[in-house]
Design a binder for this molecule. Structure first.
Ligand code: CA
Length: 258
């Protein structure tokens, strides 16, 4: 499926009056490989935004319960086991921030991603200090929301044990993303494999041919410059100094200083 539709929305509520841009991309359907049901609580009072997020998460394979105010969210959380919460901060009855504090005060450690139109630094810091695991500022891309929800879910369910840390980067194999502090950087499957391979062989130059063997199956056709393209993309996303080119030999990630 390669359909792509874009919706430009105006939110009615004053606090969320920023123009919301939801982008639906065919890509979101590709990587739904979970066998198990993952139930997400979506707390959002804006009907248009809520509809879009609900549809996007469902399309990505999540089971979504959508409530429109903080009190209903508390009720839902008291009665239903969720694996993740997507939480708007500006909500009627009980605010998102209050809800977050209430949740953490109960000792609940389920991952929470906050959505907020308030992109000021104190609000973001406040959210993270109150126990949010990640945040997205409106307007946001729906594809990014789905990717972050996936990454949060994976981080919370054991894969984090296998994380590879290098400088300020954390790579979780198969998560298709790298985190740097609160920032999540999306990678393609092959970019992720290539990066992990280089990180596992720190200080050793690896030839292009070896990297190609590692990245592609026997029957796959490989463009002659495929590895260079992936390296270029990794440098663009993660910084030019991460991967060095050793002329006539290959590529290497310097050994991390002890
Ligand atoms: Ca709101």
């Amino acid at each position: 499926m390669r359909e792509r539709a874009e919706v430009i929305l105006k939110a009615p509520a004053a606090e969320d009056s920023a123009q919301l841009r939801l982008s639906f991309s065919g890509k979101m359907q590709e990587t739904t490989t979970w066998r198990r049901t993952v139930r997400v609580l979506l707390v959002e009072d804006d009907p248009i935004l809520g509809n879009g997020v609900e549809a996007g998460l469902r399309q990505a394979g999540f089971v979504v319960d959508w409530v429109r105010d903080g009190r209903s969210a508390q009720l839902a959380l008291e009665t239903t086991p969720y694996e993740l919460v997507v939480l708007d901060l500006g909500l009627p009855r009980v605010s998102g921030m209050e809800l977050l504090r209430w949740l953490r005060a109960r000792g609940e450690d389920l991952p929470v991603l906050i959505l907020t139109a308030r992109d000021t630094v104190p609000d973001r810091i406040g959210g993270l200090e109150a126990g949010a695991d990640d945040y997205l500022i409106k307007p946001f891309d729906l594809g990014e929301l789905v990717a972050r929800v996936r990454a949060l879910h994976r981080r919370a369910h054991g894969r984090s044990v296998d994380a590879i840390r290098y400088r300020d980067l954390v790579v979780v194999p198969d998560s298709l993303s790298v985190t740097r502090g609160a920032e999540t950087i999306g990678l393609s499957r092959r970019e992720c494999s290539l990066l992990i391979h280089l990180l596992e062989h720190q200080g050793t130059a690896i030839s292009r041919a070896r990297l190609e063997e590692n990245l592609y199956g026997w029957n796959e056709e490989v463009e002659s410059n495929a590895v260079e393209v992936h390296i270029h993309n990794l440098r663009r996303k993660l910084g030019a100094d991460l991967i060095r080119t050793i002329r006539g030999v290959g590529y290497l990630v310097p050994r991390e200083a002890a």
